[in-house]
Design a protein around this ligand. Structure first.
Ligand code: ZN
Length: 259
């Protein structure tokens, strides 16, 4: 892999842009895509992200763009102006309008909430019985298919992010993977091979090997992202991704390229 398309900066919950770019260069990459969290939603959970966490790229993307341009002048590697956009099926019109105005170089769509709760909140889902957790995973895949079919994004972030949460892990079925792979096969949206938890407790990439098999059966390629929030995460995740790409005989594609 020579490019990482999923890195965060202080324009959401990562570290300074120059630190992330320098770390990508040190990792031997030729290009790095800055994909900060962004939403244009009125949902309570999203308002909280704006106010408490400072995810305000919808208001700061022009400032970030100027910073990227300035850094690009003195950097040896390419820097791309991307976004990790929150997706909800009820908000497609607002997302479309915003993305058209903002004109990022590429867009990643992400689903982080189910039932208004962040998928990472383990305690909430541990309190549910098995049938309920099954239903939540089912709903997650419905949502993923809707994201892909919306054609709003170049990339779908970490397409089985529910696996990160031990309380939701293991409920996804081959049927879910097949449905999602069918949707990707008919869409311009590409799935992301995401290393965000591959060196953490979860220990796997997104999507899981079974999901990747379903995508391969449809000849759907992947875009690669480390999902790094700290500079030190880029190099180790790039090397881990490279080993896995070689093992799976996968060649990642450019989300800004023609399909
Ligand atoms: Zn991310």
């Amino acid at each position: 892999m020579d490019r990482d398309y999923h890195v965060h900066s202080t324009y959401s919950d990562g570290r300074f842009l120059f630190q992330m770019v320098r770390a990508a260069a040190d990792a031997g990459l030729d290009g790095v895509g800055i994909a900060d969290h962004c939403n244009v939603s009125d949902r309570d959970a999203m308002a909280e992200q704006k106010h408490l966490l400072g995810f305000n790229l919808d208001q700061t993307y022009e400032r970030r763009r100027e910073a990227i341009d300035r850094l690009a002048e003195e950097s040896d590697i390419d820097i791309y102006d991307g976004v990790e956009m929150d997706y909800h099926p009820d908000e497609e019109a607002a997302i479309a309008t915003f993305l058209e105005d903002a004109d990022f170089e590429y867009t990643i769509g992400a689903i982080d909430h189910i039932e208004t709760v962040n998928i990472h909140v383990e305690a909430y889902f541990t309190g549910k019985d098995e049938g309920e957790r099954e239903a939540i995973v089912d709903r997650y895949f419905d949502r993923l298919v809707a994201l892909v079919e919306s054609e709003l994004f170049d990339v779908a972030a970490h397409p089985d992010v529910i696996e990160r949460n031990p309380a939701l892990r293991g409920f996804a079925t081959e049927d879910h993977y097949r449905r999602a792979a069918d949707a990707f096969a008919d869409s311009r949206t590409l799935p992301e091979l995401n290393a965000g938890r591959a060196l953490a407790e979860y220990g796997e990439f997104h999507p899981t090997p079974g999901f990747l098999d379903a995508l391969a059966a449809h000849d759907v390629p992947v875009v690669v992202g480390t999902d790094a929030h700290k500079p030190g995460e880029i190099g180790e995740r790039v090397r881990h991704l490279e080993r896995y790409l070689e093992k799976r005989n996968l060649r990642p594609v450019d989300p800004m390229g023609e399909r």
